[in-house]
Design a protein around this ligand. Structure first.
Ligand code: FAD
Length: 336
C-alpha cells in the first residue's frame, strides 16, 4: 500500500484539471485497505474513491483522502454450459478486460470496447454504449463498506442498475470501495448489432464475430470522440434526459425532428446532444472551456481551463437547454 500526502491530481483525471488532495492511498490488498480505513475511522465523505478519473470533475482541491484501488487480477471463478464467471480486480483498466474477454471468445461486453476507466467504476456508473449496459453482465460486486468497516459481497439485483445509475450513486453514494467485480460472460455470444451504425461498420469489416464487433466499435469511437490526450474531457458530460411521454409529445409538436427513444412505461429518452446543439451551444467556448464541435454532449478543456470554468460552462449549457425546451440536463460526471 502506498500513502502520500498532498498529491497533484492533474494526471489522474482525463479533464486534466489541476487540483490536489490532502492524502493519496493506493493498494491492491483489500484487507490492508480495510485496516487503513478502520484504523483511521475514516467515514464516507472523507474518502473519495478514484478509478481512472475519466468521469470526474475537480472544481477545487479535495480536502480528504483519495483512495485508488489497484487490484489487478482477472480470473475465471466458475462456469456452466453457457456462461463463464470472471472475477476482476477494481484496478484493471476496463478495456483490458474487454480485450481479454474477446480474445477468449467470451461475449457480452464487446460493445463496451474502449470506454476509459477502471473495472471498479463500471457498476457505479453502469457504463453503457451501443445498446449494451454493463449491469446486464455484473454477477457480483465485492467491496469495503466504510460505514460498517467490513468487506461485503453485493449481488447484481441489490446494485439497482438504471440508466448510468446504480445504488452506489444514490443511497450508497461514497460508502463503498469496490475491490472486485465478477462478470457473467457468454460462451455462445449473441452479437448485438442493432444500435445505429454498428451493423454497417461490422459488415464493412467482414463476417460478424466478437473480434469484428470490438474492432468496429473502436473505429466508430475513435472517429466520433475526442482523444483525451489531445483534448482533455470526460466523455458525455450530461445524461440523456428521461421525461414523461406527455412532455415528450408536447415537445415533438414544436420540434418534429427531435430524436426520441422509449424508456419504459410512460417515459421517453431525449438526446441531450441534440438538445444542446439546438440550443446553439455546439462548438461554443467560454474561455478555455468548450462544447466539442462534433459531439455537443462532450465538454472539453482547451488547455488551461479550471474545474470551475468547466462547471460554469456546463451550467450555461443547462440554462440554454432549459430556456428552449423546459428540460433540465443532469450531469453524468461526478462533480467534486
Ligand atoms: C472519451 C470518453 C468516453 C467515454 N465514453 C463512455 C461511454 O461510452 N459510456 C459510458 O458509460 N461512459 C463513458 N465515459 C465515462 C467513463 O469512462 C466511465 O464512467 C467510467 O466507468 C469511469 O471509470 P473511472 O475508473 O475513470 O471512474 P472515475 O472517473 O475515477 O470515477 C467515477 C465515479 O465512480 C466512483 N468509483 C470509481 N472507482 C470506484 C471504486 N473502485 N469503488 C467505488 N466507487 C468508485 C468514483 O468515486 C466516481 O464517483 C467516457 C469517458 C471518456 C473520457
Amino acid at each position: 500500500m502506498l500513502v502520500k500526502d498532498h498529491v497533484g491530481l492533474k494526471e489522474y483525471n482525463t479533464f486534466g484539471i489541476e487540483a490536489a488532495c490532502r492524502q493519496w492511498i493506493t493498494g491492491d490488498d483489500a484487507d490492508e485497505l480495510l485496516e487503513f480505513v478502520t484504523a483511521r475511522a475514516l467515514k464516507p465523505g472523507e474518502v473519495f474513491v478514484l478509478g481512472g478519473g475519466s468521469n470526474v470533475l475537480f472544481t477545487a482541491d479535495f480536502p480528504g483522502v483519495i483512495l485508488r484501488p489497484a487490484m489487478k487480477e482477472c480470473a475465471v471463478a466458475g462456469e456452466n454450459a453457457t456462461e463463464v464467471l470472471v472475477r476482476t480486480g477494481a484496478g484493471v483498466p476496463w478495456d483490458d478486460f474487454v480485450r481479454w474477454a474477446v480474445e477468449r471468445g467470451l461475449g457480452g461486453v464487446e460493445n463496451l470496447s474502449l470506454i476509459p476507466g477502471h473495472v471498479g467504476a463500471t457498476p457505479v456508473q453502469n457504463i453503457g454504449a451501443y445498446g449494451v449496459e454493463v449491469g446486464e453482465r455484473v454477477a457480483r460486486v465485492e467491496a469495503i463498506d466504510m460505514l460498517r468497516g467490513q468487506k461485503v459481497a453485493i449481488d447484481a439485483e441489490t446494485c439497482r442498475f438504471g440508466y448510468r445509475d446504480s445504488i452506489f450513486k444514490g443511497e450508497w453514494k461514497d460508502r463503498f470501495i469496490i475491490t472486485h467485480v465478477t462478470y457473467r460472460l457468454s460462451k455462445n455470444p449473441c452479437l448485438r448489432l442493432e444500435y445505429k451504425g454498428v451493423r454497417e461498420e461490422v459488415e464493412r469489416l467482414g463476417e460478424p464475430s466478437l473480434a469484428l464487433v470490438r474492432q468496429a466499435i473502436i473505429r466508430i469511437r475513435e472517429h466520433k470522440l475526442p482523444d483525451v490526450k489531445q483534448l482533455p474531457n470526460a466523455g458525455s458530460f450530461f445524461k440523456n434526459p428521461v421525461v414523461e411521454t406527455a412532455l415528450a409529445s408536447r415537445l415533438l409538436e414544436s420540434f418534429p425532428d427531435m430524436p426520441l427513444y422509449p424508456a419504459g412505461e410512460g417515459r421517453a429518452k431525449l438526446a441531450a446532444g441534440w438538445l444542446i446543439e439546438q440550443a446553439g451551444w455546439k462548438g461554443r467556448s467560454i474561455g478555455e472551456a468548450a462544447v466539442h464541435d462534433r459531439q455537443a454532449l462532450v465538454l472539453v478543456n482547451k488547455g488551461k481551463a479550471t474545474g470551475t470554468a468547466i462547471l460554469h460552462l456546463a451550467n450555461e449549457v443547462k440554462k440554454g437547454v432549459f430556456m428552449k425546451f423546459g428540460v433540465w440536463l443532469e450531469p453524468e460526471v461526478t462533480i467534486l
